[in-house]
Design a protein around this ligand. Structure first.
Ligand code: SF4
Ligand code: SF3
Length: 526
């Protein structure tokens, strides 16, 4: 196998053995390459036919999302999508009277000249990330033709383009289109569930049966909340589901009690002993240990052999009664469990969406004018297992008292339980939401720049990002597309960025690796 798409790739180079560091076996890695190659064949056939189909749009989103790290470990599930992709390709070709284009063997991409391989990887991994966002918008009934058309263009380019001059602008176009895609998801989420409001989320688990819901998909959480009503079963978010607490249409359910656990990499330890089932709606699923395997459920594109997978029926509804029944049988705790975050805090806050923050924009702008707020930091991105990630806790702890930290994605669990106080009633840590809510962080930054009549790069604002999987790749490309300079990235730089491509990023955008937290901070404040 060959896979180097995530931050924990073996020896910071590539996973090439019998299984990846994430636990993905070689046969699943091959199946995912085959699926991706089939998506390229489908896309090229659509271009030859001069038309797309809804079915193909859906399959492309599904196929790309399936290959994201920690989503799908089930070869049969991957192969089933590949078969549907090929069927749709042949159907489309026959309908249009063109020859179906052959699938692309991905081995050729992995063994290409390192700069071409690097740019194609940025494009492929970026659109995989973007597909996850398109998927969540799609389940809420929202699509954007420009986004779906771009998947086709980018996939086809993996086979047809081989020059830096074409691939480099296409890489930045991933960022441009991903901005549209994040905006689409933002409107889908706020349209369905309202504009998030600042919300305090307890970390205490109350007595009685409960379910833990992980991942990014708010529709799944909504269905679980509807189905647990009146059952006596409480619901706790986990990982990237935490920001759900801020949405009015989700927080209205009294059984949505709080958040359990921290970021994904701690799940094998955290899930081991809980008397409750866990539902994974997206990444990041780790191979479940035998001690809790019978309590883990998957849905959507998440799959792992032998775990119970909950599929939707013809009306798009899912039946979570097996999960609810198991929660009742396990019974939960008999006494309240006062759990804490990584730093010992008993609660966290979320819901500082762009809608909520821009609602108090006057207050923030006044605080800046009066010198009460001197600097903003966006500290966001994925968490992960590498020890160097303590950087992000140290960094946030050391930010000065006259600064505000905006955060998105699961990396926040390194510091979101810290009590850094408030500035004129504004909390110093503002959780904007999930990784896709990087869109909200961008909206906030743009509004600040407008208020001060300057560019985003002229603001006292610094970006400190952590990455793990492919959604971080598309978000990073969006920030580069917006011309944001001097981003610090860690804990390591992606293995798929070649020295020449890195040089381009450094020269044009001043992007650089994280170093020592206090030195980096001093440099940003200078
Ligand atoms: Fe390795 Fe990451 Fe690929 Fe898993 S997703 S096989 S850890 S590079
Ligand atoms: Fe986390 Fe897996 Fe990336 Fe949406 S849940 S950010 S790592």
């Amino acid at each position: 196998m060959f896979c180097f798409q995530c931050e924990q790739t073996a020896a910071c180079t590539a996973c090439t053995g019998a299984a990846g560091v994430c636990g993905k076996p070689f046969d699943v890695a091959f199946a995912q390459d085959e699926l991706t190659g089939a998506l390229v064949g489908l896309s090229r056939t659509e271009l030859a036919a001069g038309k797309r189909s809804n079915r193909a749009d859906q399959l492309i989103v599904d196929g790309l999302f399936t290959c994201i790290t920690n989503v799908n470990f089930d070869k049969a599930a991957v192969d089933a999508i590949t078969a549907q992709v090929r069927d749709e390709k042949n159907r489309l070709a026959a309908e249009a009277g063109v020859e179906p284009v052959e699938d692309l063997p991905l081995g050729g991409v992995w063994s290409d000249n390192e700069d071409i391989r690097s740019l194609k990887s940025l494009i492929l991994f970026g659109i995989r990330g973007m597909a996850a966002y398109a998927y969540h918008a799609r389940v809420l009934g929202k699509t954007d033709d420009a986004v779906d058309a771009f998947f086709v263009k980018a996939l086809a380019a993996l086979a047809t383009e081989s020059s830096v001059d074409v691939l480099l602008p296409l890489t930045l176009e991933v960022g441009e289109v991903n901005l549209k895609c994040m905006a689409l998801l933002d409107s889908a989420n706020t349209g369905a569930y309202g504009t998030p409001v600042p919300t305090e989320v307890p970390l205490t688990i109350e007595p009685g049966p409960f379910i833990v819901v992980s991942g990014h998909d708010l529709l799944d959480l909504q269905m679980i909340l509807e189905q647990t009503e009146g059952t006596g079963v409480n619901v706790y978010t986990h990982g990237e589901m935490l920001p759900a607490h801020g949405y009015p249409e989700l927080k209205k359910y009294p059984q949505l009690k709080g958040n359990f656990g921290t970021a994904w990499q701690n799940q094998q330890k955290e899930f081991k002993d809980i008397p409750a089932p866990v539902v994974f709606t997206t990444n990041c699923l780790m191979p479940p240990r035998p001690s809790y395997k019978d309590r883990v459920y998957t849905t959507e594109l998440v799959a792992f052999p032998e775990l119970v997978h909950i599929d939707e029926d013809a009306n798009g509804k899912k039946d979570f009664s097996a999960v609810i029944k198991q929660a009742q049988e396990l019974g939960g705790y008999t006494e309240a469990q006062e759990l804490t975050g990584i730093n010992g805090g008993h609660k966290v806050t979320t819901g500082f969406s762009h809608g909520a923050v821009l609602g108090i924009a006057d207050k923030i702008i006044d605080a800046v004018k009066q010198g009460a707020i001197k600097h903003f930091f966006v500290v966001g991105g994925c968490d992960g297992a590498r020890p160097g990630r303590n950087y992000y806790t140290e960094f946030v702890e050391q930010t000065p008292a006259d600064s505000v930290v905006l955060t998105v994605a699961c990396g926040k669990f390194r510091f979101n339980d810290l009590d850094l106080g408030t500035i004129g009633g504004i909390p110093r840590i503002l959780d904007v939401g999930q990784c896709n809510d990087a869109y909200g962080a961008v909206q906030i930054a743009t509004a600040l720049a407008e208020a001060f009549n300057c560019g985003v790069n002229d603001l006292p604002l610094s970006f400190v990002l952590s990455w793990y999987e492919q959604k971080a790749v598309c978000v990073l490309l969006t920030l580069l597309h917006l011309g944001i300079k001097n981003i610090k990235l860690g804990p390591t730089l992606p293995a798929f960025v070649s020295p020449n491509v890195l040089n381009i990023l450094v020269e044009n955008y001043g992007i650089g690796p994280i170093g020592d937290a206090s030195e980096d901070l001093a440099q940003m404040l200078a």
